[in-house]
Design a protein around this ligand. Structure first.
Ligand SMILES: [Zn+2]
Length: 428
C-alpha cells in the first residue's frame, strides 16, 4: 500500500513543505493587535484605528477570499486653534490617500505607489480644507500596515517609533518643530517666512522658535490657513519592512513625548499587551508633567501569525540603533538560526523622503511612476484632457535640467496654484 507522505511527487517531505509554507511571507500576514489611550485637556487630539480594511475603498469584506488584500491604518491628529482641521483630516485624509492609488495593482506595486499617494492625499486634504475658511490646523501621523511593510507619513510633531522584536528602536516620523529642524527653518525662510522667538521688552526672545506671520511652532501641518503657505502639508514618508519576528509601534501626540523619553515609554510597556501599554504610557506621561496638553497614544503590535509562534521576544536587549543600521548577522543567536523559519531581525528601509517640493515628491523616477495615469491631476486626481495640465516640473530651476519641464506628472490649474503658493512664489 502506498503511503502518502509526499504531496507533490518531487520527494519533498510534507513537513518540509509545510515549513516552507509557514516561512513564506506572502502567505503569512502578521497578526495586528492594538490599543489606544487618551487624556484630553483641549479636546483637539483625535485618532482613527482601522484593522484589516480593504486596500480599495468600497470593497466588501467578502470580496477577496484570500484576505490578502487587507491593510490596517492608524492615525493620530493633534489639532491647534480648535478641532476643525483635526476632525476634517481624520474624516477625509484616508480616503484621499487611497483614492490616489491606481486600481488593479499587485501587492508590490501598491506598496511602491503608496508614498506618492500619501503626498497627493495630504496636499488634497489641506487644499480642500482651505475652502472651509477655518483657522485651525493639525499635525498628522498616518501609519499604514500592509503585511510586514509599515509606511508612516507625518507632518508636525506627533511621533511614531518602532521597536523591533529583537529590541532595536527606529524613528519612523519626522519632527517638524522649528526648534529642532534646521533644514525646515531654512526652507521656511527661503520661502519668505520669518522665523524667530517672541520678543519681550528688552529684546530677549522667549519660548520656542516660531514662524511669522502666524506664530506657529511647526513648519508643516494640515490647515492653518491664516499662516504663510510655506507651512506645507507635504508629509515626510518612511517605509520599512519588518522581519517576520515583528515589532511594536508606539504612536503618540506631543503630550506624551514632551513628558517621556522614547526609551522610558518603551520600558513602561514591557510585557504589557497593546491596550494596557497605551494606558500605561499616557498615565506615566500625565503623572510626570501633569495634564498640560492633550495626551494620546496608540500601541500596535505586529506579531508573527499564531501558527508561527512562539515569537522571539527579547525586549530591551538590542539597545538603541541608529536609523537603519543593519544588524550584523554574526550577532544572531543560535536560537534564531536554528529555528530556520524566522529571518534575522532586520528592519529593511524601502523608502524615505522628506522634501517639501512637489516636483520631487510626485517624481516619475520612483518605480511606481508609470502606474499612475498621466492625465489625472497628480494631487487631486481630477481627470484632465491631454495638454490641459501643467507639468509639475514646469518651474524647476535650470540646474535640474535632467527633468523634462514639459513632462508629467501634471497638475490641474488649482493644484498648480497651490504648488506655487507652497513654494513661496505666489506673490513674487
Ligand atoms: Zn488638482
Amino acid at each position: 500500500m502506498e503511503v502518502h507522505n509526499e504531496v507533490d511527487g518531487s520527494g519533498v517531505p510534507l513537513a518540509v513543505l509545510l515549513k516552507r509554507e509557514l516561512c513564506n511571507q506572502k502567505v503569512e500576514k502578521p497578526d495586528i493587535l492594538f490599543g489606544e489611550a487618551s487624556k484630553s485637556k483641549k479636546g483637539e487630539d483625535f485618532t482613527l484605528l482601522v484593522a484589516n480594511c480593504h486596500r480599495t475603498p468600497g470593497e466588501g469584506p467578502g470580496d477577496n477570499a484570500g484576505g490578502d488584500d487587507t491593510i490596517s491604518m492608524f492615525v493620530i491628529v493633534d489639532g491647534h486653534n480648535g478641532p476643525a482641521a483635526a476632525v476634517y483630516t481624520r474624516e477625509n485624509l484616508p480616503n484621499n490617500v487611497l483614492a490616489a492609488i491606481p486600481p488593479n495593482l499587485t501587492s508590490e506595486e501598491w506598496t511602491a505607489a503608496l508614498p506618492r499617494a500619501l503626498v497627493a492625499g495630504f496636499v488634497k486634504t489641506d487644499k480642500d480644507f482651505q475652502t472651509k475658511a477655518a483657522r485651525s490646523g493639525t499635525t498628522v501621523t498616518f501609519v499604514i500596515i500592509d503585511g510586514w511593510v509599515v509606511t508612516v507619513a507625518s507632518v508636525g510633531d506627533s511621533r511614531c517609533i518602532l521597536e523591533s522584536a529583537e529590541g532595536s528602536v527606529y524613528f519612523l516620523s519626522a519632527d517638524h518643530r522649528l526648534d529642532v529642524n534646521e533644514e525646515e527653518v531654512e526652507r521656511v525662510t527661503a520661502s519668505g517666512g520669518e522665523v524667530g522667538r517672541i520678543n519681550i521688552a528688552g529684546g530677549a526672545g522667549i519660548g520656542p522658535l516660531r514662524c511669522w506671520p502666524g506664530g506657529l511652532c511647526l513648519s508643516r501641518s494640515i490647515g492653518d490657513t491664516d499662516v504663510g503657505e510655506y507651512i506645507v502639508p507635504v508629509p515626510h514618508v518612511k517605509q520599512v519592512k519588518l522581519s517576520n519576528a515583528g515589532g511594536r509601534l508606539v504612536i503618540a501626540s506631543d503630550g506624551v513625548w514632551d513628558a517621556l523619553h522614547f526609551q522610558e515609554a518603551l520600558n513602561y510597556t514591557r510585557g504589557l499587551p497593546a491596550e494596557a501599554a497605551a494606558n500605561r504610557i499616557v498615565k506615566e506621561a500625565v503623572s510626570s508633567k501633569g495634564l498640560r496638553d492633550d495626551t494620546t497614544c496608540i500601541v500596535v503590535d505586529i506579531l508573527p501569525p499564531e501558527k508561527l509562534s512562539p515569537p522571539l521576544k527579547r525586549h530591551g536587549k538590542g539597545g538603541i540603533k541608529a536609523l537603519f543600521r543593519w544588524r550584523p548577522s554574526d550577532e544572531l543567536s543560535e536560537e534564531q538560526t536554528d529555528n530556520g523559519c524566522f529571518e534575522p531581525d532586520v528592519v529593511e528601509e524601502l523608502y524615505e523622503e522628506g522634501s517639501a517640493m512637489l516636483a520631487q515628491r510626485l517624481n516619475v523616477n520612483y518605480p511606481a511612476g508609470n502606474m499612475f495615469k498621466l492625465h489625472d491631476c497628480a494631487v487631486c486626481q481630477l481627470e484632465m484632457k491631454p495638454g490641459e495640465g501643467v507639468s509639475v516640473h514646469g518651474n524647476m530651476p535650470k540646474h535640474h535640467s535632467r527633468v523634462d519641464p514639459w513632462g508629467g506628472p501634471f497638475l490641474c490649474s488649482s493644484c498648480q496654484v497651490k504648488k506655487v503658493a507652497m513654494e513661496g512664489r505666489l506673490h513674487l
